[in-house]
Design a protein around this ligand. Structure first.
Ligand code: URP
Ligand code: ZN
Ligand code: ZN
Length: 472
């Protein structure tokens, strides 16, 4: 069936104009000032509405095992929450849980395949490296996986040494792949945690105090320099320190192929939130920092230093002993309470996949800090380009997938756990007043969100085989 979206304000990364959008099957067939209505077409009146490409969130962790529990959104519930927030594509990280990478990939497909409700891709974590793994990395391309995450922290768990990171970068360079780096100083963190626990410091703020911003400034600089020596591009994930953004700005000015991502939580929250009685809600790695760091990240968002706004969506219940009702059923999943007496046992991660677009629209576009086009660029077009999905995803063009979010720019809501659709018991933006709300969402031409009605289905999301990456 064809769908005609009439008279909406189209916003892409480069243009804003009023037009009709014709969707035929799964694709955008035409965009023009006036497209005649034909018999049998589904017509959506978008006069007074904004029509944007569906969001692309390239940093999620669905159903991720951690500290004896699991992140509370899986590939269905997380996709549904994403869709209600205007996002139609996510990329999730595969854990290196088996000796061989194909087994790791197969395990992640098994988790996602029957649940996926929006389109999705995978990045591969490289957290153990040896000659055999080196030989298997290039074959990930055949699986449609072109990006690899490495860690300079989480010693004895996920971290690679500098030599390993350097080798992974060279393999990525030679095979048209992109290394993504989690940049904190794992050794310093371990020393500080040991000292903090020995001194009896167990509260959530110590999570931040044992992971100093300087470690992130140092590690991001190190990662950039490793990439320079490997003559490879690098993408730094979840950037949250002012000095880290300054590293990125300087490296890009020097012409190095370095890119960066931040997430909304790092623009609003600080260590002060960890000091609240419910501080565990804000525990993630890297941690919340200072107002100066928030400002430094905002500046990097405004001036184009940072290319991508993702979420690092990795939710846990605040009180996993108390059930919530999800799709009519009670559910409780152990969460932040696991670390009630020890901050090192609090599962790391936050909800956000459904919040990202509406929070950034109100705080970024609504305040005049970024333009609507920059909003689309950071949340949809750039991530699709960098991770090899453009122009199938990330824009509104004839031939692109008809992944479309229709927004009511005038609608105001009070946001929070009751409006967000994450499968958890809290929301970081509880009580925030938002202006500009996602109203309808199409995934490859099919209406999956209509106001508060969910029309999507488990298993309807499609794995996106990516063929390359692009350095912006
Ligand atoms: O706290 C976080 N971010 N958990 C997810 C893992 C990661 O490092 O991105
Ligand atoms: Zn990370
Ligand atoms: Zn992450």
């Amino acid at each position: 069936m064809a769908t005609l979206i009439k008279s909406g304000m189209i916003i892409t990364a480069s243009e804003t104009y009023t037009a009709d959008v014709l969707v035929e099957g799964e694709k955008i067939a035409a965009i023009a000032a006036h497209i005649p209505e034909m018999d049998g077409m589904q017509v959506i009146d978008a006069a007074g509405k904004l029509v944007m490409p569906g969001g692309v969130d390239v940093h999620t962790h669905f159903e991720l095992p951690m500290f004896g529990t699991v992140s509370s959104d899986d590939h269905y519930t997380g996709h549904k929450a994403a869709a209600f927030g205007g996002t139609t594509t996510t990329i999730d990280f595969i854990s290196q849980d088996f000796d061989h990478l194909p087994d790791c990939v197969a395990a992640w497909h098994k988790k996602a395949n029957d649940k996926a409700a929006i389109d999705y891709g995978f990045h591969m974590n490289i957290s153990r490296f040896n000659p055999e793994i080196a030989g298997e990395i290039p074959d990930l391309r055949k699986e449609g996986i072109t990006s690899l995450k490495v860690f300079t922290a989480y010693n004895n768990r996920l971290r690679l040494d500098d030599g390993g990171i350097f080798k992974v970068m060279r393999i990525a360079r030679d095979n048209g792949m992109l290394v993504m780096a989690h940049a904190e100083n794992g050794d310093v963190i371990d020393v500080l945690i040991e000292e903090a626990l020995a001194a009896g410091h167990t509260t959530p703020e110590w999570h931040a105090l044992t992971r100093p911003a300087w470690g992130e400034v140092e590690a991001s600089f190190r990662v950039i320099m490793l990439a320079a020596q490997a003559e490879a591009p690098v993408y730094i994930v979840h950037m949250n320190a002012k000095g880290e953004a300054e590293n990125l700005r300087r490296a890009r000015a020097q012409g190095l192929p370095v890119m960066g991502e931040t997430c909304p939580q790092y623009m609003f929250f600080t260590i002060k939130h960890l000091r609240q009685p419910d501080g565990a809600k804000w525990i993630c790695s890297p941690p919340m920092r200072s107002e100066e760091d928030n400002d430094g990240i905002w500046k990097a968002v405004e001036d184009g230093t940072i290319q991508v706004m993702a979420t690092d969506h990795c939710p846990f219940f605040f009180d996993g002993m108390r059930a919530i009702t999800y799709e009519g059923q009670p559910i409780a999943i152990p969460g932040k309470e696991l670390g009630r007496d020890d901050f090192t046992k609090i599962p790391n991660g936050l909800p956000g996949v459904g919040d990202r677009l509406m929070i950034l629209w109100t705080t970024g576009v609504g305040s005049g800090r970024i333009s609507p086009n920059r909003f689309v660029e950071m949340t949809s077009t750039n991530p699709a380009k960098i991770f090899g999905m453009y122009p199938q995803k990330g824009t509104l063009l004839p031939g692109s997938d008809a992944d479309i979010a229709i927004w009511d720019p005038k609608k105001e809501i009070q946001y929070g756990v009751a409006t967000a659709q994450h499968r958890t018991d809290y929301n970081l933006y509880e009580g925030w007043k938002l202006r500009g709300v996602v109203e309808k969402v199409l995934l490859r031409g099919k209406l999956i969100v209509d106001g508060s009605t969910w029309l999507g289905k488990r298993g309807e999301g499609r794995f996106i085989k990516r063929s390359g990456v692009t350095v912006l």
